[in-house]
Design a protein around this ligand. Structure first.
Ligand code: SAH
Length: 276
């Protein structure tokens, strides 16, 4: 049995935020923080997520507008009840700037700073549904350890935390890594582990993963992800196709080898190497 990292861990001096950047693409990601107390899912049950104040502009109760978003997702073909429940639990408006709060439950991507975007809800739901269809599931129906490349504002990591036992989410931009930590802190999700580093290298300490999901599109799926995927697991990643467009690529690791499918076209921000 592989040794799992314990949390939180002290940052090695070479990764400490001294203002002196690590050379791009060197060194593994550093686990900075796990987010909260133990037991149960804090976003589940009696709308614990809504205990935090709802920003003005969204009315007093965001659950109704979120329920309407979930209804539309179901109508558009998302059929996985666990995914729909997760989308209904995570307060998306708490992940976007206050000026954008009124758009938080529309099916649109939104800017999150540093030129990056939060994916639109239908894409998040579709990708996690696809992930669950091919990932290793535990007896309780949850995926085991999941690696997310591209934490961004942390929204998708929070959704994943509802459908996976552990979520390792890695971000290459320090500013967004910090923003995600701030966004997620009040939600106290004990199974979300935020990492700062180059996700193209994966995160070997958490491997093997039941599933790996990329929120940024690359030229190809990095070998590290395939190496760190468990047999029986699935990678889903926006990837450039032979025609120069981006499409969702699904790769299953079976005991007979890798099986690959190319699905619908998508538009994700680029997967970049190194940290910044
Ligand atoms: N899942 C995010 C979406 C963020 S957009 C959310 O819910 O908000 C994609 C993110 O991928 C960007 O923040 C970008 O900086 C990040 N990214 C791109 N290449 C990366 C890499 N090699 N490693 C880690 N993150 C990367």
């Amino acid at each position: 049995m592989k040794q799992r990292p314990s949390f939180p861990v002290r940052m090695p001096a070479s990764n400490a935020p001294t203002g002196k950047p690590m050379p791009a693409g060197t060194g593994p990601a550093t686990v900075v923080k796990t987010l909260g107390a133990k037991r149960g899912h804090p976003l589940g049950g009696a709308d614990a997520a809504l205990a935090a104040p709802v920003p003005s502009g969204l009315g007093m109760d965001s659950s109704a507008v979120r329920a309407s978003m979930v209804r539309k997702l179901a109508e558009s073909g998302v059929g996985d009840a666990q995914v729909l429940a997760a989308m209904g639990q995570v307060p998306r408006h708490q992940f976007v700037d206050s000026a954008l709060v009124t758009q938080a439950y529309e099916d649109t991507s939104l800017p999150i700073g540093l030129g990056q975007t939060i994916s639109k809800p239908s894409v998040v739901a579709r990708m996690i549904e696809l992930l669950r269809q091919g990932a290793l599931l535990q007896a309780n129906g949850l995926m085991g350890r999941v690696l997310e490349i591209g934490t961004g504002c942390g929204y998708q990591a929070a959704v994943l935390s509802c459908v996976a036992s552990e979520v390792y989410s890695i971000e290459r931009l320090r500013g967004l890594h910090d923003k995600a930590r701030d966004n997620l802190r009040p939600m106290r999700l004990p199974n979300v582990h935020l990492l700062f580093g180059d996700g193209m290298l994966g995160y070997a300490k958490g491997a093997p993963y039941a599933a790996i999901i990329a929120a940024a599109g690359g030229e190809a799926v990095p070998q590290a992800w395939l190496d760190q995927l468990a047999v029986g697991g699935r990678v889903i990643a926006p990837t450039v196709t032979a025609h120069g467009q981006q499409a969702l690529l699904v790769i299953d690791k079976t005991s007979q080898g890798l099986r690959q499918q190319q699905l619908e076209p998508v538009h994700f921000v680029p997967l970049k190497s190194g940290i910044a």
